[in-house]
Design a protein around this ligand. Structure first.
Ligand SMILES: NC(=O)c1ccc[n+]([C@@H]2O[C@H](COP(=O)([O-])OP(=O)(O)OC[C@H]3O[C@@H](n4cnc5c(N)ncnc54)[C@H](OP(=O)(O)O)[C@@H]3O)[C@@H](O)[C@H]2O)c1
Length: 437
C-alpha cells in the first residue's frame, strides 16, 4: 500500500445490511525533517514553494530549534527539539538530514521499526548499514530511500534502480567528491593545493577538517553504495583503501599534461569472473575522457553495462538545492507508490587488483645510476617500462622525473616501489598513480 493511502473503514455494514468496501482517502504524506541545515532547509524550501502534490511538511526537528525557525514555512509546521515526540507523531516519513552514524542511525531504526518510511542523504550510514536498514524497513512495511546519498542531485541511484536495472553493470568509474574535484581542477589551472583548499573552505565546499573528502573516505562510502546497486555486491567499505589527493603537486599536473592527461580523484570498481576490485584515489585520466571534462564541484559517474554499454551521469553532486531535489524526488516516489525494483546483492570481499598502467613520479637529488636502479627493481617484478620523462628547468638537487609502466598488478608494483624506496637519492617517497585508459 502506498504510504499516502489511508484506509478508512467508516463502518462494516451499510444500513441496508450490505458490507461496504473500505473507503480509500488520499491524504498528503506527512513529512518530518530531522536536521534543518544546508540540505534540510532546502528540502523545506522546495516543499513550501513548489508544494509538490501529495507532500506536506508537518514537523522540523533540530537541536536548539528556536534559532532555526523561518518565517516562510507554513504556520502549522511543528518545530521541535524533542526527537522522541516527532518519531512518535503522526508523521508518515522521517527525512533524516543530520548526517553521521549516530544518533541518526538510532532515529532511523526507531522510525523504520514503527513502520514509518525514511528518506536520507546519509551516505556513511547507508554504506555501512544500508542492507540491514532496508531489511528492517521491509519487515515493518515501510520504505528506505537514499537517492541523495550518492552524487547529490544527479539521479544515479534512481537510474540504477529503474532505467539500468535490466542491464548487468560490470564497471563503475566516478568522480564522487565535489571538494576534491574543485581542488584538482583548480590545481590543473595552476593553483597550489593549500590556496585552493582555503578557497574551498571559505566557499563552504570543504569542511574545516577536510580529511573525509581529501582522504577519499567520502568517495569510498559512495562507491560502496554504488557497488551494491550496480555490481550487486555487498562489501565492507573499509576494505576499499583510499589514497589521499594531498600528495599531488603542480609538477604532477605538468607531467600529466605532457602525457595527454589530467588528474582527478576517481572511485572505480569492477567485477571480473566473480572477483571484485575497488579503489579510490587520484588518478591520471586521459584529457579526452568525460572524467577530465568534469570541473569545479561537479560529479560524474560512468556505468559500463554488459548489454547497454556506457551510460554517463553528470551534474551537481552537492549543495543544498541539488541534494534537496533528490530528497524531494524520493518523497514523491513514496507518495505516488512507485515501486522499487528489488536488486538482489550478495556479500563479497574486495580481493582483486586492477591491472592498469601506472605513473610513478620521483623527486631525487640527482646522481649517476638512478635510472638503472629503477629499471632493475621494475624488471625483477617483470614490469615493462612505457616511458621515462624528464622535463628541463628543474635543479639537479631536487629533480622530478616520471616513469610510466605498462599495465601491471598493483601488488607487483608495490614490491618494486619498496625496493626503490631504499635508494639514497630520494627526497620523498615515489608517487604512484593509476592511469585510466
Ligand atoms: N550539503 C551537501 O551538499 C550534501 C550533499 C549530499 C549529501 N549530504 C548529506 O546530507 C546530510 C545533511 O548534510 P548538510 O550539509 O545539510 O549538514 P548540515 O548543514 O551540517 O546540517 C545538519 C543539521 O543537523 C543538525 N544536527 C546535527 N547534529 C544534531 C543532533 N545531534 N541533534 C539534532 N540536530 C542535529 C545541525 O544542527 P546545528 O546547526 O546545531 O549544527 C544542522 O542543522 C548529511 O548526511 C550529508 O552527508 C549533504
Amino acid at each position: 500500500m502506498p504510504v499516502s493511502e489511508v484506509n478508512v473503514s467508516l463502518s462494516s455494514q451499510e444500513p441496508s445490511g450490505q458490507p461496504v468496501q473500505d473507503v480509500h482517502v488520499l491524504r498528503p504524506l506527512r513529512i518530518a525533517i530531522f536536521g534543518f541545515g544546508t540540505v534540510g532547509s532546502s528540502v523545506a524550501r522546495i516543499l513550501t514553494e513548489s508544494q509538490p502534490e501529495g507532500l506536506k511538511l508537518t514537523h522540523v526537528f533540530n537541536r536548539g530549534v528556536a534559532r532555526k525557525r523561518v518565517d516562510w514555512a507554513a504556520s502549522d509546521v511543528v518545530w521541535s527539539e524533542d526527537s522522541e515526540a516527532v518519531l512518535t507523531s503522526d508523521a508518515d516519513v522521517i527525512v533524516e538530514l543530520v548526517g553521521g552514524l549516530d544518533p541518526a542511525g538510532v532515529w532511523i531504526r526507531r522510525a523504520l521499526a514503527a513502520g514509518k518510511s525514511v528518506v536520507t542523504a546519509n551516505k556513511k550510514l547507508i554504506a555501512f548499514h544500508g542492507v540491514e536498514l532496508e531489511r528492517l524497513a521491509a519487515a515493518h512495511g515501510g520504505h528506505l530511500k537514499y537517492g541523495a546519498a550518492v552524487a547529490g542531485g544527479i539521479p544515479v541511484i534512481p537510474g540504477l534502480e529503474q532505467g539500468l536495472a535490466g542491464d548487468r553493470i560490470d564497471r563503475i568509474e566516478g568522480i564522487l567528491n565535489g571538494t576534491c574535484n574543485f581542488i584538482l581542477s583548480k590545481m590543473e589551472e595552476g593553483a597550489e593545493y593549500a590556496t585552493v583548499l582555503a578557497t574551498a573552505q571559505a566557499r563552504g565546499y570543504a569542511e574545516a577538517d577536510p580529511t573525509e573528502d581529501v582522504g577519499g573516505f567520502d568517495a569510498r562510502a559512495k562507491l560502496a553504495i554504488l557497488m551494491r546497486l550496480a555490481l550487486r555486491v555487498e562489501v565492507n567499505p573499509e576494505e576499499i583503501v583510499p589514497r589521499p589527493i594531498t600528495t599531488i603537486s603542480a609538477v604532477d599536473f605538468s607531467y600529466a599534461r605532457d602525457l595527454g592527461c589530467t588528474i582527478r580523484q576517481v572511485a572505480r570498481a569492477q567485477r571480473t569472473d566473480g572477483t571484485v576490485a575497488a579503489t579510490v584515489g587520484p588518478m591520471l585520466v586521459d584529457s579526452r575522457s568525460p572524467l577530465a571534462w568534469s570541473r569545479g564541484t561537479e560529479n560524474m559517474v560512468i556505468l559500463s553495462g554488459h548489454y547497454g554499454g556506457d551510460v554517463v551521469f553528470s551534474g551537481h553532486g552537492a549543495g543544498g538545492h541539488p541534494t534537496a531535489v533528490a530528497v524531494v524526488s524520493d518523497l514523491l516516489a513514496l507518495a505516488h507508490g512507485s515501486r522499487r525494483v528489488g536488486l538482489p546483492s550478495a556479500k563479497a570481499t574486495v580481493a582483486a587488483e586492477f591491472e592498469v598502467p601506472h605513473y610513478i613520479r620521483f623527486l631525487v637529488d640527482d646522481r649517476p645510476g638512478i635510472v638503472s636502479e629503477i629499471t632493475g627493481a621494475l624488471a625483477r617484478e617483470r614490469i615493462n617500462i612505457r616511458a621515462i620523462v624528464q622535463k628541463p628547468g628543474y635543479p639537479q638537487h631536487a629533480l622530478p622525473f616520471v616513469v610510466t609502466v605498462e599495465p601491471c598488478k598493483s601488488s607487483a608494483l608495490q614490491r618494486a616501489l619498496e625496493q626503490m624506496k631504499l635508494m639514497d637519492c630520494l627526497l620523498e617517497a615515489p608517487l604512484d598513480l593509476q592511469m585510466l585508459e
